[in-house]
Every structure is written in structure tokens, then in C-alpha cells.
Design a protein around this ligand. Structure first.
Ligand code: ZN
Length: 444
């Protein structure tokens, strides 16, 4: 069994106080520093110490040291005066006792004496008020520092050659965050905060960045001629009276007291198409909400109507939106179309059509109806299966199961050969898709 104390004495990890005091002395000879800013330079020493405590402890040790040196006449009155001017207490006290003069200490080179417990508390109170005003529980603190302060910080760090210092930004974020948590009961969250409060160090103003609420679910559109987002033409006139985006915004803006509601959907159907079946996957982004904790049951009641409705099953994320709009939108889709044929068709012809379009690759150039908006590209998609239901010799319903991103109207009429093969091409007659419904949108 070793003697603990003896081990400690032999250990080479024991703090080298000579080095620490020497460094503190050389830095205070050059720069006036408050307890906070000096304490941060020695951040690796001690545990559970605030920087102001650590800074004052270093100054105290240095004062003890200097007093011994003064007694031995190894430090002059002039040298102590400089340290008292730059370090303030407890050097000024020592100076007054020895030389009977009050020394006016200089302002901190880095923070200009701004840092104090009182300052942290005031900022924390303002920040907490702002957060509570937006009903935020999980928060993050950010600090915006003027570049000249960052430069000064760097200058002092480099001078000292210390490896483990703490930055001013970090001290503020940590101390203010701690007060907000302990005094106001809010919870810091580094990964997914409901809001971030940014402190501008130059003028102490606070800027709140409220994170949006992301709700995931599906939507249905039971009417036709409803656009995805408000559709306004070049003359500034509305082309369609209503949009899905507006429906969700009108339904939810008030209950969340939000600035805006944005619809992110996995693909979109044509204006004249209905969205039936299992609905289309979507994420609703509630921007700058003042109320965050709205019961999802209530949300679901509010987004129900005859024409458009939605169902929210939980909260979502940015990554999920990316997926739904990217990879997810390429998943298989099911459509139902009502088709009019220029010539009469027999049941056998429709049977042959079904046979032909089993696992059939389709080459599509960008449809001429959207060429003005989109680049002319060739895309290859697949029809997995179709099923026809003849209603009369010239009209039939068709169910189409195909890969995502296939333009189904063009699959019917062929778009003057830009889509091939097409129903028109195979049946040898002009076909007109009259009505289109989306039935299934596969997304995981
Ligand atoms: Zn300072």
C-alpha cells in the first residue's frame, strides 16, 4: 500500500505553481486583465471553478509571491505599481499598505470590464424573457463577438503560449446558459433547440432565432383545379382559386401563432388531378411559432375539410424533408385515369394494351406543356402494370402502377412522339386523358 500523499509528491502531474505564477506575472506586466479574462487563460487548472474565482486565485497567489520578493528587494515599487494597475485587487490593497497610495486600475484589455456575474444575470434574464415569450423550453445560447475583441483574445493567448484556454464566447455561452437553466427552468439543447438566442456583445442586444416545428403526415385532395402552391400568372392574376399550401397555412397559422406555414411534399400532382387513396407524404413547416406545444389531435381536427385534408402522425426533421423531396419522390406511384378514345376500341385491344405495358420501359422527353418552365431532358421510367375497365366503346378507366416521376398524361397521348411507347402509339388512335387521380404514393 502506497502512501497517498507521497505518491502525490512524486507525481509529475502535480501543478507546477512556479510556472503558473511566472506566466501570470509576465502577462499582467503587459496587459490589464479582469478576473474573468485572466481566469480563462488558466482554464485547465482546477475543476468546478468559475473563471472569476480562478482568475482571482491566480492573482492572490501572485500577490503572495510578489510580497516575498518585495521584502527581499527583488521587486521594486515601480514593478508592483504596474501589476496593481493591470491586475487591480488584491495588488492595489498591497500597494496601498506598502506605499500609502490608491492605485487606479486600468480596464480589462479584452472585455473592458464588462464581464461580471451581474452582467451574466442581466443578459440571462432578458434572454429567458424572450424565450418564454415564445414558449420555448429547449434553448441554445450563441454569442456574436466584434472581430477586434477576438483579435485581442488571440493576441493574449499567443503571448502566453498556453494550450488550454477558454474563449470569451464559450464562457458567456456556458455561464448565461447555466443561469437560464437554474433560474428559469429551461433546458439547454445543443442538437435540436427550439430557439437560439444570439447575444451581440458590442451592444448587448439579443436576437432570437426560433426553430420551425416540422410535422410529418400525408394529405389528400378531393377536388380538382387546386394548385399545390398559389399559382399567379405573369399579369399577377390568380390562375386557380385555391392551393393546398394556403389550406394548411389558413388552418394552422393561428393555433401556432406562426409567421408562416410551408408545405413540403414528396412530389406533387397536376392541378387537375385529385390525390386519393393513401394520400401523399408531406412535412408541414411551421415558421416562427409562438405556441409550440399544440396537441396533434387538435392539429388533425383543424386540417380536415371536404376538398383538402391532412393527417399528422408525428414530428419530423430537415433530413426527412430532403428524403421525401429527393429519393422518396422516386418511389412507385399508382394512378387512375379516365380516357376518351377517338376510335372505338374492342375488349381485345385493351387486353393487348395491358399485356404490352407489363414491366415496360418508357422514354420521356420533358412534356411540351411544361417545356417553358423546365429543361428539355430525356428520362427513362417504368410502367409495372396497368389495368383497364371499359365504360363504353370510346371511354375507359385505367389503373397505372409505375415508377415515380413518370408523366402519366403523356403516357396516354404520347405528346407527339416525345413519350414512347405510349397508349396512343400502341392502340393507333388519338387518346385524351379526361380525369386523373393519384391513388398511391409509396414512401418509407
Ligand atoms: Zn475581462
Amino acid at each position: 500500500m502506497g502512501d497517498g500523499l507521497e505518491d502525490l509528491e512524486k507525481s509529475n502531474t502535480i501543478v507546477d505553481f512556479n510556472e503558473l505564477i511566472t506566466k501570470a506575472y509576465s502577462i499582467l506586466k503587459k496587459y490589464p486583465l479582469c478576473n474573468h479574462c485572466l481566469g480563462r487563460l488558466f482554464a485547465k487548472y482546477g475543476l468546478e471553478l468559475r473563471n472569476e474565482e480562478r482568475g482571482f486565485a491566480v492573482k492572490t497567489m501572485l500577490q503572495i509571491h510578489l510580497y516575498e520578493l518585495i521584502k527581499k528587494k527583488q521587486v521594486s515599487e515601480k514593478e508592483l505599481r504596474i501589476i496593481a494597475e493591470n491586475g487591480g485587487e488584491p495588488f492595489t490593497r498591497l500597494y496601498k499598505k506598502l506605499y500609502e497610495e490608491n492605485i487606479q486600475s486600468r480596464s480589462c484589455y479584452i472585455c473592458n470590464n464588462k464581464l461580471s456575474r451581474k452582467y451574466f444575470e442581466e443578459i440571462a434574464a432578458n434572454a429567458a424573457n424572450k424565450l418564454l415569450d415564445h414558449n420555448v423550453y429547449r434553448f441554445l445560447v450563441g454569442v456574436s463577438l466584434p472581430p477586434e475583441i477576438m483579435m485581442k483574445e488571440l493576441e493574449v493567448y499567443q503571448e502566453l503560449g498556453l494550450e488550454t484556454t477558454e474563449s470569451l464566447k464559450n464562457e458567456m455561452k456556458r455561464e448565461i446558459g447555466k443561469i437560464i437553466r437554474e433560474r428559469y427552468g429551461l433546458e439547454p439543447d445543443f442538437n435540436n433547440p427550439e430557439a437560439t438566442v444570439i447575444i451581440d456583445f458590442s451592444n448587448d442586444t439579443l436576437h432570437l432565432i426560433v426553430s420551425p416545428i416540422l410535422l410529418e403526415g400525408r394529405y389528400w385532395k378531393r377536388g380538382r383545379n387546386i394548385s399545390h402552391t398559389p399559382w399567379i400568372n405573369r399579369e399577377g392574376v390568380r390562375v386557380y382559386p385555391y392551393s393546398i399550401q394556403e389550406f394548411f397555412e389558413e388552418s394552422l397559422k393561428e393555433v401556432f401563432d406562426a409567421e408562416k406555414v410551408i408545405l413540403h411534399a414528396s412530389g406533387r400532382e397536376d392541378v387537375d388531378a385529385r390525390m386519393l387513396g393513401e394520400g401523399r407524404p408531406m412535412v408541414l413547416e411551421i415558421k416562427k411559432p409562438k405556441f409550440r406545444y399544440v396537441d396533434l389531435g387538435l392539429v388533425n381536427e383543424l386540417i380536415r375539410s371536404d376538398l383538402i385534408s391532412g393527417y399528422i402522425n408525428g414530428y419530423s426533421s430537415r433530413a426527412r424533408i430532403e428524403y421525401l423531396k429527393g429519393e422518396g419522390s422516386k418511389k412507385a406511384k399508382a394512378y387512375k385515369l379516365l380516357v376518351f378514345s377517338e376510335k372505338t376500341l374492342s375488349g381485345d385491344e385493351l387486353k393487348a394494351l395491358e399485356e404490352f405495358f407489363r414491366d415496360r420501359e418508357i422514354k420521356q422527353k420533358t412534356p411540351s406543356r411544361i417545356l417553358r418552365r423546365k429543361r428539355d431532358v430525356l428520362r427513362i421510367r417504368k410502367v409495372y402494370e396497368i389495368k383497364t375497365f371499359q365504360l363504353n366503346p370510346q371511354v375507359f378507366d385505367v389503373l397505372i402502377y409505375c415508377s415515380g416521376g413518370l408523366y402519366v398524361k403523356e403516357l396516354i397521348h404520347g405528346d407527339n412522339g416525345r413519350t414512347t411507347p405510349s397508349f396512343t402509339e400502341v392502340l393507333g388512335t388519338k387518346l385524351y386523358p379526361l380525369e386523373i387521380d393519384v391513388f398511391g404514393v409509396e414512401t418509407l
